[in-house]
Design a binder for this molecule. Structure first.
Ligand code: F6P
Length: 345
């Protein structure tokens, strides 16, 4: 077969490992030609490609980012976008395209398949871990590890200065990274988008902890965390990029300022930002990415266009793209309330 591959949306540790696995099984076992599209759907519409071979992917397993480049945006934003995709597939003699992407890319892929009959197969990617239909996405484990390493370092400086450190982590509108990094890093408080927070309660917890002689605390704030109605004056509406994506970030500064002002404790904000997305994937993510890549090319050979590979328990399965499209998976509230909260001050 002749199969296209693209990476869409924000980059994520493990993308190269997925591509490498598709190519390895495709070329060496199934006799496929694999064509990489540069810069996501832009490369499909403009026919910018690179050959993907076992040789060209050598050394890519531990590399962060994506050899193909990535963009937000979709053919659906262009009046002739779908037709350009269709003719690229036809003219390059492709059987279809494997789309390695997050919520946005998978939603676009599902529409292209359902409404326009474009043969696509999804691989769920995001550090946010918020894709419906899979128990985990690759990249999440790496982001949690990076955030946890940062929190470990912040403990010692917080203890030396008797400070509260407010660590803002990514995750868009889900609290997966915050909850896992908060548990792993021994945070005093974790604030997630799924649970609007009351700043008075946060300050009470910290004050209680200080009254017990613990003068250093870590507060983990998800970038999408929101104050409960009336608990804090709302910040400005987030800026939206040219693809309509809200650019989150900044709640950590607001929370840190407010904690400092209300409690008198010396407080510092730390914004981890894109550090969480950069660099080498963890061993766990390398394995998951490799399994997803092998499953994706197998699914292509099984004719499972319109599907997405997914992790269910310990098994890799295929599920309809429609399960993931247009939806977002909130953090497991049982994990938050029955495990994480037990350790809050
Ligand atoms: O979806 C992954 C993610 O890193 C989010 O956690 C974050 O809100 C967003 O992407 C940042 O996007 P950008 O790289 O476009 O600033």
């Amino acid at each position: 077969m002749r199969v296209g591959v693209l990476t869409g949306g924000g980059d994520c540790p493990g993308l190269n490992a997925v591509i490498r696995a598709i190519v390895r099984k495709g070329e060496r076992v199934l006799g496929d030609d694999v064509v990489g599209f540069l810069d996501a759907w832009d490369g499909v519409m403009d026919r910018r490609t690179m050959p993907l071979t076992v040789e060209s992917m050598r050394g890519s397993l531990p590399r962060g980012g994506t050899v193909l480049g990535t963009r937000r945006g979709s053919p659906l934003d262009h009046s002739d976008g779908v037709e350009r995709v269709r003719s690229t597939i036809h003219d390059l003699g492709l059987d279809g395209i494997i789309v390695i992407g997050g919520n946005g890319s998978l939603t676009v892929a599902e529409i292209l398949y359902r409404e326009h009959g474009i043969p696509v197969l999804g691989v769920p990617k995001t550090i946010d871990n918020d894709i419906v239909g899979t128990d985990l996405t690759f990249g999440f484990n790496t982001a949690v590890q990076i955030a946890t390493d940062a929190i470990d370092r912040l403990h010692t400086t917080a203890e030396s200065h008797d400070r509260v450190m407010v660590v803002e982590v990514m995750g868009r509108n889900s609290g997966w990274i915050a909850t896992h990094a908060g548990i792993a890093g021994g945070a005093t408080v974790v604030l997630v988008p799924e649970h609007p927070f009351d700043i008075d309660q946060v300050c009470e917890r910290l004050t209680r902890r200080h009254s017990r002689g613990r003068y250093a605390s870590i507060v983990v704030v998800a970038e999408g965390a929101v104050p409960a109605e009336g608990s804090l004056p709302g910040g400005p509406d987030p800026e939206v990029d040219r693809f309509g994506h809200a650019q989150l970030g900044g709640i950590g500064h607001i929370v840190a300022d407010e904690i400092g002002r209300r409690t008198g404790f010396e407080t510092r904000p730390v914004l981890l930002g894109h550090v969480q997305r950069g660099g080498t994937p963890t061993a766990f993510d390398r394995v998951l990415s490799t399994r997803f890549g092998v499953a994706a090319i197998d699914a292509v050979h099984a004719g499972a266009w319109g599907s997405m590979v997914a992790l269910r328990g310990s098994e890799i399965v295929t599920v309809p793209l429609a399960e993931a499209a247009g939806r977002s998976r909130p953090v497991d509230l049982a994990l938050f309330t029955e495990v994480a909260e037990i350790f809050f001050a």
